[in-house]
Design a protein around this ligand. Structure first.
Ligand SMILES: Cc1ncc(COP(=O)(O)O)c(C=O)c1O
Length: 222
């Protein structure tokens, strides 16, 4: 069989050895005689898979025990509503930075639940630059500050982590996570779709020195 080479930004070509291992383990996960899709989610074999995935992710991303790691369904887009629904608490407003298409989608969804304050936007300039943080109109009563470190479609990327001393900083790291060391302690919550940078494109991205994905949520302290 001749293999096609797909170098898209989404799912892309994988090494044959990786595909062969996935095929073999799909028929028989490490001698259990079944695939991961056929085993109980309470079985020792599956619990080990889940625990190893979390342990590896924590190690790769430098996530301390102060944070919870949640593997959830729905991709990054579902977090556009999950975040305001869970982080607003007794507050009514949230701050958002608009630097491109994914920021706009997050803002549109948050507006269904919160009084969204767009603290800065580079839309007028065609999303060509990151607004200087000194000009951001943040609110003291915001529940959190949300931004998109790398806008996958427009390609606009922050070269700094915004200072958000007073409210939790929330980041859509869909096109950023694991591309470089990140000081997680600066963030209240990081989210990303696991199918992207940690999936097939992650391999390609690492090849080209670009980006990875993950989904992390801060553990609530009592
Ligand atoms: C920055 C960013 N946010 C959100 C998404 C949407 O992710 P999902 O497909 O997991 O909903 C994408 C998808 O490419 C993205 O690049």
């Amino acid at each position: 069989m001749s293999r096609a080479y797909n170098f898209c930004a989404g799912p892309a070509t994988l090494p044959e050895s990786v595909l062969a291992q996935a095929r073999d383990e799909m028929l028989d996960w490490r001698g259990t005689g079944m695939s991961v899709m056929e085993m109980s989610h309470r079985s020792d074999a599956f619990v080990e898979i889940a625990e190893t995935a979390e342990r590896d992710l924590r190690e790769l991303a430098g996530v301390s025990d102060d944070y919870a790691v949640l593997f959830m369904q729905g991709g990054a887009s579902s977090q556009f509503s999950t975040i305001p629904l869970n982080l607003l608490g007794d507050k009514a407003s949230a701050d958002y930075v608009n630097t491109g298409i994914w920021s706009k989608k997050a803002i549109a969804e948050a507006k269904r639940y919160a009084d969204v304050n767009v603290v800065a936007s580079s839309e007028e300039g065609g999303f060509a630059s990151i607004p200087d943080q000194a000009s951001w109109q943040t609110r003291a009563d915001a529940a959190y500050l949300h931004y998109t470190p790398n806008e996958t479609i427009g390609g606009l990327e922050f070269d700094f982590v915004p200072d958000s001393a007073n409210v939790p900083l929330v980041a859509d790291m869909s096109s950023t996570m694991l591309s470089r060391p990140v000081d997680i302690s600066k963030f209240g919550l990081i989210y990303a779709g696991a199918q992207k940078n940690i999936g097939p494109p992650g391999w390609l991205s690492s090849l080209f020195g670009k980006t990875f994905w993950a989904k992390l949520a801060r553990k609530r302290r009592p």
